[in-house]
Design a protein around this ligand. Structure first.
Ligand SMILES: Cc1cc2nc3c(=O)[nH]c(=O)nc-3n(C[C@H](O)[C@H](O)[C@H](O)COP(=O)(O)OP(=O)(O)OC[C@H]3O[C@@H](n4cnc5c(N)ncnc54)[C@H](O)[C@@H]3O)c2cc1C
Ligand SMILES: *[C@@H]1O[C@H](CO)[C@@H](O)[C@H](O)[C@H]1NC(C)=O
Ligand SMILES: *[C@@H]1O[C@H](CO)[C@@H](O)[C@H](O)[C@H]1NC(C)=O
Ligand SMILES: *[C@@H]1O[C@H](CO)[C@@H](O)[C@H](O)[C@H]1NC(C)=O
Length: 539
């Protein structure tokens, strides 16, 4: 039973007041904005011992509902609540994670209040962009507040068309299809329904990364709500340290309420899937991939490629799916010369064509539907044909014991980080990723399956592949510690993978903008600054 004070109702918000008082107690900060309740006042006076989370979180959600009205808060039992849950990509986040409430802010001021409410009540929160992070709790708060940006979806090009301001609730399809009205686009994700927030804060690999680097390298400013509730305009001159930290540091520093990104002119482009049976084409495609990474892709930075080795349980078969793209259109039936070695004959399917950027993202979206159990893992190595081939063997060996897991689709996708994505190559401010100066093979293990009862077997296989990949590449002097946050699992530690120097720098910046560690403790999902979210236990 809830204690009486749990249902204490806050008084109405006085809108339009700004909080610019970093040292204020959160309850005083709320009171300064006209948000009060007897219980909030009690919290101010007594130490919150946090022994009854449900109760504190019901107070938090009640306070938000009283302040903003029911339309901005959805709770268990409401239709809107179920609708919002269905918009998480993985089953782990959509079906096994139940927030106390969803909060739907309109602007940075609303988020500022939500952060103060979380601090005052010690009720944790999560932040959801596109909801594509795979693991439980990453962007949906179990029992806490999930901030869901459905009302913050602006896409506004600047008057000179050189930049665009985008709200954190956008998906990449929305961004690209709006920009296409102006014959513009930007460096962003390759899958329609992925969100802008998670992708941009973790780095962002794009069809255009050969020309312009990581997506985050192309952000010119951020609007950020930090732990004090202050709203900061962050660019390379106003807050150069935070500007750097947001380029790879994830959700560790604040809630981003606006991204301003560089745009560029873009008309129709070329791309699509070319799919092969694995047996006959494997070595030719590995050769093509390494050739592209060391030569072709550097000579023609308008080209982009992903090569996936995939086991599909429903067909009991293996295939190679290549995704090839080029910023220039091609005559029907033609492909860019840089990809000659990828057309090795007898494709099972070939969807390459000239179309729009947004249309290419729709096609890939269909390959990664919502609703399954999902796990993403990753590792990095230097480029080497024999190693790439041996990694595929490791994947095959580890999949043998789980080959009958219902619905299993198990990919190892290779991408090459090179050229403009390497350290110091695309923006003078740099980023926190720590990729170094030599091309890297970045491997993303993306497994989906149907039943919870298979979790242990599937996750064991993933852990085995990653640890064997690490030891094999280490033995050959080809290992690299880079861990790409956007592809890592909850048992991996991307911040450590950025290198000691970058990690130290991120910790220092966190201390400055978030001295009490609000984004470490009250925003517990996803990747934090101190170690992997979950400790791996062999069983
Ligand atoms: C099908 C699929 C395709 C993908 N394609 C690509 C690709 O082409 N390139 C690439 O680089 N990556 C890609 N990824 C990885 C992707 O970048 C990450 O999954 C990313 O986290 C997704 O962002 P999101 O906003 O949808 O995620 P969410 O799950 O909503 O958020 C992920 C994390 O980011 C934080 N976050 C989100 N928005 C904000 C914000 N405004 N302020 C503060 N923190 C925030 C959240 O708190 C959460 O911790 C893909 C993933 C999938 C599943
Ligand atoms: C976009 O490009 C097309 C084709 O070149 C052109 O006809 C159209 O006028 C352009 N639109 C804008 C808004 O510039
Ligand atoms: C950063 O923002 C400030 C304040 O708006 C502005 O004066 C300055 O020119 C901006 N710096 C850059 C590099 O854009
Ligand atoms: C994408 O383009 C194809 C043809 O190339 C077309 O059939 C399809 O309707 C387009 N989809 C969208 C969402 O524009």
């Amino acid at each position: 039973m809830l204690a009486l004070w749990c249902v204490a109702v806050a008084s109405a918000l006085v809108r339009g007041q700004t909080i610019n008082t970093p040292d204020l107690h959160p309850v005083a900060g709320l009171a300064a904005r006209g948000i009060r309740s007897p219980r909030l006042d009690d919290l101010f006076l007594s130490a919150n011992d946090g022994d009854d989370d449900t109760c504190y979180c019901s107070l938090a959600c009640e306070t938000l509902a009283a302040t903003f009205g029911g339309a901005q808060v959805s709770s268990v039992g409401q239709e809107a609540y179920d609708t919002r849950l269905n918009r998480f990509w993985s089953a782990q986040q959509a079906q096994e994670t139940k927030p106390q409430c969803f909060f739907h802010p309109y602007d940075a001021e609303d988020i500022s209040v939500a952060i103060l409410v979380s601090r005052a009540t010690q009720c944790p929160f999560a932040v959801k962009g596109g909801g594509h992070a795979a693991f439980k709790g990453a962007s949906n708060s179990d029992g806490g507040i999930t901030i869901d940006f459905i009302n913050m979806v602006q896409v506004v090009p600047s008057a000179d068309h050189k930049t665009v301001a985008i709200g954190p609730g956008n998906t990449w399809f929305d961004v690209y299809s709006t920009l296409e009205n102006y014959n513009l686009t930007m460096v962003g994700g390759r899958v329609a329904s992925v969100g802008v927030g998670g992708l941009l804060l973790g780095g962002g690999i794009s069809f255009f990364s050969g020309q312009y680097g990581w997506a985050c390298d192309n952000i010119v400013s951020y609007e950020v709500v930090v732990a004090s509730g202050e709203i900061l305009h962050v660019n390379s001159t106003t807050h150069p340290d935070l500007f750097w930290a947001l380029r790879g540091g994830g959700g560790n520093f604040g809630v981003v309420t606006k991204f301003v990104a560089k745009t560029f002119k873009q008309g129709p482009m070329w791309g699509g899937f070319v799919i092969y049976d694995m047996q006959s084409t494997r070595s030719a495609i590995i050769d093509a991939m390494v050739g592209w990474g060391t030569k072709g892709g550097l000579q023609d930075p308008k080209s982009a490629m992903i090569v996936s080795f995939t086991y599909i349980q429903p067909y009991s078969s293996w295939m190679i799916a290549t995704i090839l793209d080029h910023a220039e259109p091609q005559a029907p039936g033609n492909h860019p010369e840089v990809f000659n070695d990828f057309f090795v004959g007898n494709a099972m399917d070939d969807s390459t064509r000239t179309t729009s950027h947004s249309n290419l993202t729709m096609e890939i979206d269909l390959m990664s539907p919502f609703g399954s159990r999902q796990s993403y893992w990753m590792f990095s190595t230097y480029l080497d044909k024999q190693l790439a081939s041996d990694l595929v063997d490791i994947q095959r060996e580890e999949i043998t014991p789980i080959a009958n897991v219902p619905g299993l689709v198990a990919s190892m996708s290779f991408q090459i980080v090179k050229g403009k994505q390497l350290q110091g190559k695309s923006s003078k401010e740099g980023n926190a990723l720590g990729v170094g100066k030599r091309p890297l093979l970045v491997a993303n293990l993306a497994f989906s399956w149907a039943l919870q009862s298979d979790d242990k077997a599937v996750l064991n296989a993933l852990n085995n592949i990653v640890s064997r990949a690490k030891s094999t590449s280490e033995e050959r002097g080809l290992f690299h510690p880079f861990l790409y946050m956007n592809y890592a699992s909850q048992w991996q530690d991307p911040i450590a993978g950025y290198g000691t120097e970058n990690k130290e720098k991120l910790l220092k910046i966190s201390k400055k903008y978030d001295p009490e560690g609000v984004f470490q403790k009250l925003h517990p999902g996803y990747f934090k600054l101190h170690g992997a979210p979950t400790e791996w236990k062999d069983e």
